[in-house]
Design a protein around this ligand. Structure first.
Ligand code: CA
Length: 129
């Protein structure tokens, strides 16, 4: 049994190939993955679901972008300490700064190495308040 067993990760990502790869990698390492493919679905998840152990948040999304979603996530009762790791496109420094201000904990830039994403997830899970 790995250290990640039973940890639940919410992934908000609209690009199917990226979502597939992330899910494949995380499940291989023992994580449970809940996938929401756009901003509307993500808001429904916030409203109905109990907080995950960590959230992976794409920035460019249909209906509501990742920046708005981070703000909304942080406003949910019980979600204030959920680690949020952003998935950003290259050369979007403005988004990165804004997202960190809104409460994101870290980010990776696409295209990212799977091992880097995994390392950052593990670090955030260790440092969870
Ligand atoms: Ca996207």
């Amino acid at each position: 049994m790995s250290e990640s067993a039973s940890k639940r990760i919410l992934m908000v990502e609209d690009e199917e190939d990226i979502a597939f790869l992330i899910r494949y990698m995380l499940e291989r390492h023992g994580f449970v993955v809940d996938h929401e493919a756009d901003g509307r679905q993500a808001l429904e998840y916030f409203a109905q679901g109990k907080p995950p152990d960590l959230t992976l948040m794409d920035i460019m999304l249909p209906y509501h972008d990742g920046l708005e979603l981070i703000e909304r996530l942080r406003a949910q009762p019980g979600w204030d300490s959920v680690p949020v790791l952003m998935l950003t496109a290259k050369a979007r420094e403005v988004d990165i700064v804004r997202a960190l201000e809104l409460g994101a904990d870290d980010y990776v830039t696409k295209p990212f190495q799977p091992e880097e994403l995994l390392a950052r997830i593990r670090r955030l899970l260790r440092s969870r308040r």
